[in-house]
Design a protein around this ligand. Structure first.
Ligand SMILES: *Cc1c(COP(=O)(O)O)cnc(C)c1O
Length: 396
């Protein structure tokens, strides 16, 4: 991210003047150039394996309309989403790409999946059978991926089910299996024995469907090393600048910033309380900024702070200001008494996520993980794309 911007977030937002509606209460700025750089960095990190891109949940809340074309221009051609609706959206934005639907098909939904042109990731024998039956003939097998369970015990065929399938030529003939994948339970703990165990189970199952490409690693799995990469990796969070494991170097940089407006400034005299349930009472003369973002915007109520309970922060030009009192649906109140160095005015922008407060910081302060914070940033924040969005995508 541009150094000048990190010093002065109002200057940075000023540079976007004209693109931010005057009525916008909050903005999510998505740097598509950094996003594309992250994909390229991960791709070169895993080469000769291929780097896919997980863009489920509206590209982790950042907006698939901006994210999918930017990743496609960077060279990504394999996308993973959770649902058929998401796949339809990605197909419209990146027509040439292969789109895998991680949640597979619901009973009766095979026809809709075929019409969408997405590739379902099938996780059980009844689901595989239903997809096979939807194939018009053995000469026209249907593309699919198979999810095998290696210990997460969430989705996936068991070893016994995969054996059963491998022996069923009648069914297999109707399937064009593009990928066999599994998912790691503890990739965020590099030393966890389960990583190695799952990898061994995955390799033991592989000969059942020889010559089908394999996929095991999501963002954290990529950082576990080469022998977790196989043929294609499936990062999501890392593409968006997420670094869930702080002590492990990851080749990505920040992509997302979020800001909300200062609505009002007020003074709190000692003994006065602020917000619902009066959980915070001022002990000194305090300067308070009222910010136009609340839990309905994705600033979780867990960020609230009382006199005996630490909460989250926002930042102004690199200075952190603690939240005081309850986070309410549309508003946050922050204590700016100690921010004398930086003038704060009505209409200024408070950093929710950015150079001072990382996704991981706000995730921790929210009692959750950065993933949940990103995917909850509400549509009330105006999405603004910078970087690659300003350029024409190259000719296909
Ligand atoms: C969400 C998901 C991913 C991406 O995970 P990240 O940790 O965001 O990289 C990969 N594979 C599967 C099966 C998923 O559900």
């Amino acid at each position: 991210m541009n150094e000048a911007w990190t010093k002065d977030n109002n200057g940075r937002l000023h540079a976007l003047h004209g693109r931010i509606p005057s009525h916008a209460a909050g903005v999510v700025i998505v740097d598509l150039e950094s996003l594309a750089d992250n994909w390229r960095a991960l791709q070169s990190h895993v080469a000769p394996a291929k780097c896919g891109a997980v863009i489920k949940a509206n590209a982790y809340g950042l907006g698939v309309a901006g994210v999918a074309p930017a990743l496609a221009s960077a060279g990504a051609d394999s996308f993973f989403v959770a649902t058929l609706e998401e796949a339809t959206e990605v197909k419209a934005r990146a027509p040439g790409a292969t789109v895998y639907v991680l949640n597979g098909i619901f009973p009766g939904a095979a026809a809709a999946m075929i019409e969408c042109g997405a590739v379902p990731v099938l996780s059980s024998l009844p689901e595989v059978a239903e997809w096979g039956q939807a194939a018009p003939s053995r000469q026209q097998p249907l593309p699919c991926a198979l999810h095998v369970d290696t210990g997460l015990n969430r989705l996936g065929l068991s070893a016994a089910e995969l054996q059963q399938l491998a022996a069923n030529m009648h069914l297999l003939d109707r399937l064009d299996v593009k990928l066999v994948m599994s998912h790691l339970a503890c990739a965020d703990e590099p030393g966890h024995q389960k990583n190695q165990q799952q990898r061994e189970i995955f390799e033991r199952l592989q000969p059942l469907l020889p010559s089908v490409p394999l996929s095991l690693a999501a963002s954290d799995g990529v950082m576990l090393g080469r022998h977790f990469h196989y043929d294609i990796v499936r990062p999501g969070y890392a593409l968006y600048g997420g670094q869930a494991v702080a002590e492990r170097p990851s080749p990505v940089k920040p992509v997302v910033e979020a800001y909300a407006r200062v609505l009002q400034l007020r003074t709190l005299a000692p003994g006065q309380s602020i917000g619902y349930s009066a959980t915070f009472v001022a002990k000194r003369m305090s300067r308070i900024a009222v910010i136009a973002a609340g839990y309905a915007d994705g600033c979780l109520r867990h960020l609230s702070a009382g006199n005996d309970q630490q909460g989250g922060h926002v930042a102004f030009r690199g200075w952190r200001a603690p939240i005081v009192g309850r986070v309410s649906m549309d508003l946050i109140t922050v204590d700016i008494t100690d921010l004398e160095e930086t003038p704060i005015e009505r209409g200024d922008w408070a950093e929710i996520i950015g150079p001072t407060i990382t996704i991981e910081d706000i995730g921790r302060a929210s009692g959750t993980i950065g993933y949940e914070v990103l995917t909850r940033l509400s549509p009330r924040f105006t999405r603004i794309y910078i970087g690659a969005a300003d350029r024409q995508p190259p000719e296909a």
